[in-house]
Design a protein around this ligand. Sequence first.
Ligand code: AMP
Length: 187
Amino acid sequence: MRVILLGPPGAGKGTQAILLARDAKIPHVSTGDMLRAAVASNSPLGQKVKKLLDAGELVPDAVVIDVIRDRLSQPDCKPGFLLDGFPRTVDQAKALTNLLKDLKAPITHIVELKVPDQVLIERVKKRGAESGRSDDTEEVVAKRLQVYWTQTAPVTQYYTSIGKVLEVDGLGTIEEVHARVMKTVGR
Ligand code: AMP
């Protein structure tokens, strides 16, 4: 199984990604987690991207594409993987298509978590209060949603134009949504 999980900030993507990866026994590949780890370790990559993460802006395509190419080339991704937070632009999606062509490993499922806008804002603000994530403040949340609608929503259109996007209702408890996701991917 090679899965892409799409959805706006606050749709529950991270939580659902962890559960799906666990049950499908595939690595959870989150560019956000990898970039935050780079910032925490103060690596050259971390130094380069810290300001962008804190501002809720996207890291340049070339940077994340390099990160993803390295990660997907590792042996544990051979049997499959779940992408969470990547691709976030149409150029990233096109680069991924080419990369997976080279690896002879096409995507098998594209899942989109659907949640109404008003619910998203409330959820992300609540998470900010609980998680202490430096990019969950109200101002940065608004920025991240804006970035999503301008740069990332077109990714869904791109995938709709070349394949099937499986829509999943993201409202309900974590377990309810998880059950829907598993059913949608045929597990
Ligand atoms: P996330 O945990 O997926 O919400 O990502 C947190 C932050 O990491 C984002 O707000 C971006 O600054 C950066 N980021 C994560 N994934 C990407 C990506 N695919 N392209 C560009 N920036 C990204």
